[in-house]
Design a protein around this ligand. Structure first.
Ligand code: GUN
Length: 307
């Protein structure tokens, strides 16, 4: 099966989640969760998600709380294992091995960032590919690169789902051959995002990052712009092409208020569609995590019946 099959195969009418120019991920995430609920019931499954949270990173607290709440609301079995910042590599890997063998757990997620003394790569690769909830296992990353169906990294999957629905429902939109510019090259967002824009939407993709020269010229040439820099103000939004689609993955708290990577006023004026922060990309990330866990549960259950 092709990569396209990694996404929820359902229609999500724009009237439910597009508000003028605003792509309301929060609303689309509700519809995706309803789809997952129907699918888990149809397959008589109770997916189980285990989150391992090490240390006390403030942002992680919000994310982990959101994941737990969303999983419980969908009737999932939801476990959050909290370990102190002093936890050892061996303790964390032992916990992962326990969940790798637990028949009621289908998704395992290690919340990032991890404390500095830990080997993140070794910890993430300890999760078996079949229970990877984040698309971080090397096998799943390889499948993404090869264009095979797989577990997708949650944030890029949520974004490509929004774009797919937009393209399906807006007559004049056709992404094939158009120019997507991804700013940021992280393993979590930038790299898988570029791959999905290329493979699923057939876009011509440019990856920009902190060493890119003349970033403004790429921003000005983008039909779809994804900012995943984690830093505010890198992208000059006054340069955005009129009619572009602008996706902001950033999440910053400034004077107690949540905002994205981008200076919004020029985006509102120039873009055809854009994602607000909060309520844009963030809720889609959680919805895709739940979807990945459901897919794993379905595949593991099918494998068990064959065994
Ligand atoms: N921390 C911030 N975003 C993510 C994510 O998508 N997955 C994990 N595991 N940790 C994160």
């Amino acid at each position: 099966m092709s990569l396209f099959a990694s996404l929820p195969q359902s229609d999500f009418p724009l009237a439910d989640w597009v508000d003028g120019k605003k792509l309301m991920g929060k609303k689309l995430a509700e519809a995706v969760r309803a789809h997952i609920r129907a699918e888990t019931q149809a397959h008589s499954l109770q997916p189980g998600l285990a989150v391992i949270w090490v240390g006390d990173d403030a942002a992680s607290q919000v994310y982990v709380g959101g994941k737990e709440k969303a999983a419980t609301e969908l009737g999932y079995k939801s476990l959050v294992i909290r370990l102190p910042a002093t936890a050892t590599q061996e303790q964390i890997v032992a916990k992962i091995h326990e969940f790798n063998h637990a028949p009621d757990i289908h998704g395992i997620l290690v919340q990032l960032p991890l404390p500095q003394h830990l080997n993140e790569r070794e910890i993430l690769q300890a999760i078996i590919a079949e229970k990877d909830a984040d698309g971080f296992h090397f096998v799943n990353q390889g499948r993404l690169l090869a264009g095979a169906e797989t577990v997708l990294s949650c944030t890029p999957a949520g974004i490509v789902l929004m774009l797919r629905e937009l393209e399906k429902n807006v007559g004049e939109l056709n992404f094939a051959g158009k120019h997507a510019v991804v700013v940021g090259r992280s393993n979590i967002v930038g790299k898988p995002m570029a791959q999905l824009l290329l493979s699923i939407l057939n876009m011509t993709v440019t990856m920009c990052h902190s060493k890119t020269q003349a970033l403004d010229s790429y921003v000005a040439a983008a039909d779809v712009l994804v900012s995943a820099t984690g830093v505010r103000g890198i992208v000059n939004t006054n340069k955005i092409k009129a009619g572009a689609i602008v996706i902001d993955v950033g999440m910053h708290r400034i004077d107690g208020k949540l905002t994205g990577d981008l200076d919004l006023q020029p985006v509102i004026e120039r873009a055809a569609y854009y994602t607000p922060v909060p309520g844009g990309v963030g809720p889609m990330t959680i919805a895709m995590l739940l979807y990945n866990t459901f897919r794993n549960a379905r595949a593991l259950s099918a494998a068990r019946h064959l065994a």
